[in-house]
Ligand binder design. Structure first.
Ligand SMILES: Cc1ncc(COP(=O)(O)O)c(C=O)c1O
Length: 370
């Protein structure tokens, strides 16, 4: 098993900072704003409440689960309740629990992750591998979205599921409703599961985000919806996420949680409850990021040899730096990222981390302070 390459860049930047360098890090995908005051106040109040000093329930705080269910009902147009939700240690844990529940050793899961020309977040492949499965990279279209035909070309007797992320990391690709419907039809035809990683759901700059279940409600009994407060509420360190799924999946996730961590820490769950009650913060954050998206993409496109598409969603710019690599005689985006860190003290994640070596070289995460 190897370390997540994104965190490897972040660790290198941190080591440089520890030696006194003034490093700007665009490495890990996280807002640098602090969590909102209401979140902090709720956490402080929770610390003072002796009820949080004792065991809670494996499935998670019912009040938090109810709020999550309401949010997912809004996104999907389908009724969800607290019983359909499992609280997890961030969205990554939810993805881990989902794959543990869905696959056996040797089973295959399709994802735009990783493998050029399917740049994707390495975490998707990592959870599949952790469950003994095989992560199969799927070719995307020019806008970095997986077509149903490309999924079908990867289908084998061992295929069990597909992981979709919309908006995605690092490309910011948002799947339109028509594409979601095609994928849902394909999944339903073959009896596959869909894991819908909606962690960037609130960063939707074109208003085109749709839950796959809004597009194809008939897929509900084979869909796992994953989310969390990490990105939209600037709470990556609190480690609170969730999955919402049919009963066999939530039951498996609950058992896994009960047998490993007992439950997600209660203070963090209270903080997440306050975060979800504050619907204004993600809207404000998305507005702020939309402004920064324009600034960053314009600036990048002003540099010779860089071509940066405007992302429809998410928190990242994903520039094609192949021209720059050619001009400089660098062999891959890793050379550029190393040069930026050493000379400019700017940490970015090279495209190789997403298996997008040169054509789409340098995935820089635009998460500077306000
Ligand atoms: C696509 C995607 N899903 C999930 C996660 C993990 O989210 P969390 O920090 O809530 O575990 C990330 C983090 O970068 C991500 O990019």
């Amino acid at each position: 098993m190897t370390d997540n390459p994104i965190f490897a860049v972040a660790a290198k930047a941190e080591a440089l900072r520890a030696r006194g360098a003034d490093v700007i890090t665009l490495a890990a995908g996280e807002p640098q704003a602090a969590a909102g005051a209401v979140v902090v106040e709720a956490a402080v109040a929770a610390v003072h409440d002796p009820a949080t000093h004792h065991y809670g329930t494996a499935q998670g705080d019912p009040a938090l689960r109810a709020l999550v269910a309401t949010a997912i009902s809004g996104d999907t147009g389908l009724p969800w309740n607290a019983g359909d939700v499992q609280i997890t240690l961030g969205a990554k844990h939810a993805l881990f629990l989902a794959t543990q529940a869905l696959i056996d050793a040797g089973d295959e899961v399709l994802a735009a992750a990783p493998g050029w020309p399917a740049p994707g977040w390495p975490g998707h492949a990592e959870v599949v591998t952790a469950a003994g499965g095989v992560a199969v990279p799927v070719t995307t279209d020019a806008k970095f979205r997986v077509p149903a035909e490309a999924l079908d070309r990867c289908r084998t007797p061992r295929t069990r599921a597909v992981i979709l992320s919309s908006p995605g990391n690092p490309t910011g690709a948002v799947y339109p409703e028509s594409r979601l419907r095609q994928i849902a039809d394909w999944a339903q035809r073959h009896g596959f599961w869909v894991v819908s990683d909606d962690i960037y759901r609130t960063f939707d700059y074109t208003g085109t985000y749709r839950s796959i279940l809004r597009a194809a409600p008939q897929l509900r009994d084979r869909t796992v919806v994953v989310g969390g407060v990490s990105k939209g509420h600037a709470m990556t360190g609190w480690r609170i996420g969730w999955l919402a799924a049919p009963p066999e999946i939530t039951a498996s996730a609950r058992l896994h949680v009960a047998r490993t961590i007992t439950h997600v820490p209660t203070v963090g769950q209270r903080a997440a409850l306050a975060a979800l009650s504050d619907t204004g913060t993600p809207v404000e954050a998305a507005r702020d990021y939309r402004r920064r998206r324009a600034l960053l993409v314009d600036a990048l496109n002003g540099i010779g040899g860089i071509d940066c598409p405007l992302p429809d969603g998410g928190m990242f710019a994903f520039p094609d730096v192949s021209g720059l690599l050619r001009d400089r005689g660098w062999s891959s985006s890793a050379d550029l990222a190393a040069w930026l860190l050493d000379t400019a003290h700017l940490a970015v994640v090279p495209g190789v981390a997403f298996n997008a070596p040169d054509a789409c070289g340098c995935a820089s995460l635009w998460t500077t302070t306000r």
